[in-house]
Design a protein around this ligand. Sequence first.
Ligand code: FAD
Ligand code: NAI
Length: 467
Amino acid sequence: MPSYDLVVIGTGPGGYVCAIRAAQLGMKVAVVEKDQTFGGTCLNIGCIPSKGLLYASELFEEAGHKFAKLGIGVSKPTLDLAGMMKFKDEGVEGNVKGVAFLFKKNKIDTFMGVGRIAAPRRVEVKTHDGKTETIETKNIVIASGSDVARLKGIEIDEKRIVSSTGALVLGKVPENLLIIGAGVIGLELGSVWRRLGAKVHVIEFLDRILPGMDAEVARQFQRILEKQGMTFQLSSKVTAVDGSGAKLKAQVEPAAGGAAQTLETDVVLVAVGRVPYVGGLGVKEAGVALDNRGRIIVDAHFATNVPGIYAIGDVIAGPMLAHKAEDEGIAVAEILAGQAGHVNYDAIPNVIYTYPEVASVGKTEEELKAAGVTYNTGKFPFTANGRAKANMQTEGFVKILADAKTDRVLGVHIVGPDAGDMIAEAALAIEFGAAAEDIARTSHPHPTFTEAVKEAALAVAKRAIHI
Ligand code: FAD
Ligand code: NAI
């Protein structure tokens, strides 16, 4: 029977990064993956394909609507949807092959099949041809990820009623796309299909979009998306979708209950969140405790209640983000090697890859108010940023929240061009315990969007220069 120091179940960003770090630290490592390719949700049906389509559809929209303003004459762009999908698929292929290469490079053994914890130190792998292999291991890290959350009575067929997975492979642009849920997936994939020509209508249960994000950011972002043509129906829910006719008929009701209306649409995207995935793992039989939302319970060292079994990523509590899963993968590998692995959950950035992008790190104003923390706010709009004006990309702003007593940066929120790249500076500032003054005194290259971050830091002490 093959024997290892560590077996990682699942090769998403949590699992594959954990395996590589453990191998770097000298452990004998194997991974188990039930799907045909490595990389998990993120690389196969999540981050990577969605960003490919966001990029391609943004260029398509720019070619159609912005080029003329820049003095570039092109005829009206035509959409080759199959070609765009091929571009997206090639991006996925490059990434998943990259993971296979890294496993080889780091001498990590790979087992393809469903992994089940047969005993604390034993994993059984049911391979695709029906055989069972047993592996012995000192430690197990569960990195089994998450799955689409479903709505009672609304059956996802991945053709007309789709989850994000189906929305990444639609064969034609729907005339109407109805999205349930104004969260990250709804707004990213809604942006893709609107740019390609669909009329996109979003139904959201709460009275705002992007719950959990800073409310001022969410309000401004909603206005921007509305200007782009997306429509929103807040405080509403979809109770049923009738697929018997040529058009889907969705029953929409006020969230608080009341008279229903029927909306006709071609495609419905269900984007109401994701749930932890423990299918086939045998966690119950192994005695691994789950919380009331089905997440594996771990302590500060990612250890479950069963000695030798650890868990990371989407299957445990915390934001369902690839970089959070990766950071936990590294931390648990280092802990297993006797080092002080650690994740700072206050400094995990969050990005929505729309146009403009939305990015944040640290606390929102609502969280600071609820915690009774006094803070100063520095804000700077992109309308006053030289590069943004030159590029005609002036929508949005940077907002920095700093402790009123110590000036320490507590939260940074950006709506604007390249916000997702700019937030890295803010994450570093929070990680290092920087003050707004530190950012304000740091030289930022001119002309760049990043100067808006510096100006927002100056604005914390009411001394922004360009406004
Ligand atoms: P996963 O990536 O879900 O990987 C789990 C792996 O475990 C899978 O490969 C699965 O097949 C395997 N597995 C499960 N059970 C078993 C078993 N019993 N035996 C063997 N293998 C098993 N996050 C971001 O940070 N940025 C983004 O831009 C982003 N975009 C996204 C877009 C979409 C459409 C979606 C759906 C998600 C997106 N996410 C994004 C979220 C991100 O994909 C997840 O947070 C991340 O993949 C979680 O990593 P993980 O390793 O915990 O799990
Ligand atoms: P989400 O949690 O971001 O948003 C779900 C939305 O649906 C919320 O606004 C919620 O209020 C609403 N909702 C819930 N039930 C509803 C109902 N019955 N009717 C109407 N609205 C309802 O979840 P989403 O967008 O599905 O994404 C899942 C996860 O994937 C997220 O947690 C996110 O972290 C991750 N992800 C990250 C991305 C990124 O980092 N750029 C991109 C895509 C996904």
